[in-house]
Ligand binder design. Sequence first.
Ligand SMILES: Cc1cc2nc3c(=O)[nH]c(=O)nc-3n(C[C@H](O)[C@H](O)[C@H](O)COP(=O)(O)OP(=O)(O)OC[C@H]3O[C@@H](n4cnc5c(N)ncnc54)[C@H](O)[C@@H]3O)c2cc1C
Length: 578
Amino acid sequence: MKLDEAKLYHKIDAVVVGAGLAGLRAALEIARNGFQVAVISKVYPTRSHSGAAQGGIAAALANVKEDSLDLHMFDTIKGGDYLGDQDVIEFFISEAVKTVYEFENMGVPFSRTEDGRINQRDFGGHSSPRACFSADITGHVLLHTLYEQCVKQHVHFFNEFQVFSLLIENDSCKGVVAWDIRNGGMHTFHSKSVLLATGGYGRAYKITSNAHANTGDALALILECGLPLEDMEFVQFHPTGLYKHGILLSEAARGEGAYILNDKGERFMKNYAATKMELGPRDVVSRAEQTEINEGRGIGGKDYVYLDLRHIGKERIMERLPQVYDLALNYLKVDAIKEPIPIQPTAHYSMGGIPANVRTEVIKDAKGSIIKGLYTAGEASCLSVHGANRLGTNSLQDAATFGRIAGISMSQFVRDNKFENLPANPQDAALKKVSTFMNGTGKERHSVIRALLQNGMTKLAGVFRTEEDMLKLRVLVKELQERFKNVTIDDKGNSYNMDLIEAFEVSNLLSFSETIVEGAIARKESRGAHYRNDYPKRDDENWLRHTLAWQTEKGVVLDHSKEVIIFRDRYAPQERKY
Ligand SMILES: Cc1cc2nc3c(=O)[nH]c(=O)nc-3n(C[C@H](O)[C@H](O)[C@H](O)COP(=O)(O)OP(=O)(O)OC[C@H]3O[C@@H](n4cnc5c(N)ncnc54)[C@H](O)[C@@H]3O)c2cc1C
């Protein structure tokens, strides 16, 4: 049955919010199981940030060199500085190989070895070449292939619809309410099950590799419903952001052998990760880079270092890294065949997110009690596969694998459950947001508040953190939240009202950023991507535990009682050296 977009009420088995890798993989699974599924996406599906992924998708296929599931598991646990839940990681690794072959069977054009197998390249923190790739446009080909498969299976797409509120009552999710960006108008989606797959939230930072749409909408909506977020203090900074822009130069460049150099022309990683050198994990390389910059060894004493591809040679650069080459040329006018590229750390990935169990069911407390009918997958979620720091290429894998698992869980739920009644006046909360912005009389501008927040987050909660800085940031975020109450928008129209969309998104950034700051102030240790100058050591005795954060009228409330699942006989915590 075709759903009618002109209607404002839609009743449908399953709703998927987000059309990135996680959302599309889930939708495909649900449609293949014969259930009705609608995908709601604020951007056109193939414009989702998954399409920007360059380097590859991890799986221990052992096509190039010896590898094993055990090794992939160990690398992931160690990369995450032992904060990942090992039961979830074990399941994830065991499903990863299947996920890649499924993509191959769908027709994804992977780069090949000479004898025709899927080629694999090195990536940071992985001890064997494990990244299956398609030149440096891996996310693009995966996303397009999945979208085609969804169209073939008659998944219904509500493109350019933005979810403004969740319909949760008595620990049960009954649907979502979304704004039609193209025409205006609020739509109610009444469904048995909902997947939140809204991706990352790098846009809380000024220097970021993330797309403009990565504003963590679902995270703010979860907080608004009185539910917690998990491990929000762990934000990954990628070492090779294009200087001043933050746009990502894929780690594939280092996988293909690129060097990182300081002002003296030194490959300084020898002082920080002598074995892995440039292929150390991202937290380690970003800190090394920032230390060189802070100690005056940035290029010309400035706040950048060099990524050097020259020795790789023109032919291989153009075959394996064409996008990296184009980005440097188009944005910095640097010809990477002849010159090194200026780079700096860039906010890239969110390890934290909406807490869920291995079936992708959203949980509401440290005991793991679930919200019925509500699921999450991909970067918006925290299952926790990546612990305190994600390894490159494990994220496309996470999104695709747990997208599929969400599809399986949701199909089962839809089969076994009836529609519940909607709450009374389901659109009230969403409509109130629109009218507050449209009818406000205050003088504040959301763009000004966003810039202040992004600057503050980059300066005060970046690669290195201190209590002093973060206390300042706490005050700033509170002040900006207050000022935001006086935001009014100029555009009062319905069609493509980006003023409205952006105001909503800035309110979301302001909301969840508070949980990053509070989580980071509370965690008095250094682990993975969270590095405290004032507590430079990992402290397993006190901090080998997850953070859950709720937003309440009295401010953010934290709970550290959720334990990390560790198989002590196999992967007991060790010091992390590379
Ligand atoms: C530049 C870059 C390169 C990367 N390279 C790699 C790589 O090589 N390998 C790897 O493993 N990982 C990589 N990553 C990380 C990886 O790409 C992402 O973590 C992953 O693709 C996230 O997928 P997702 O489905 O969770 O979200 P996304 O692909 O970000 O999709 C989010 C979706 O949510 C929708 N949405 C958001 N809010 C709303 C709302 N309110 N209403 C409706 N829809 C909404 C958006 O429209 C979009 O469709 C990279 C990331 C970046 C930024």
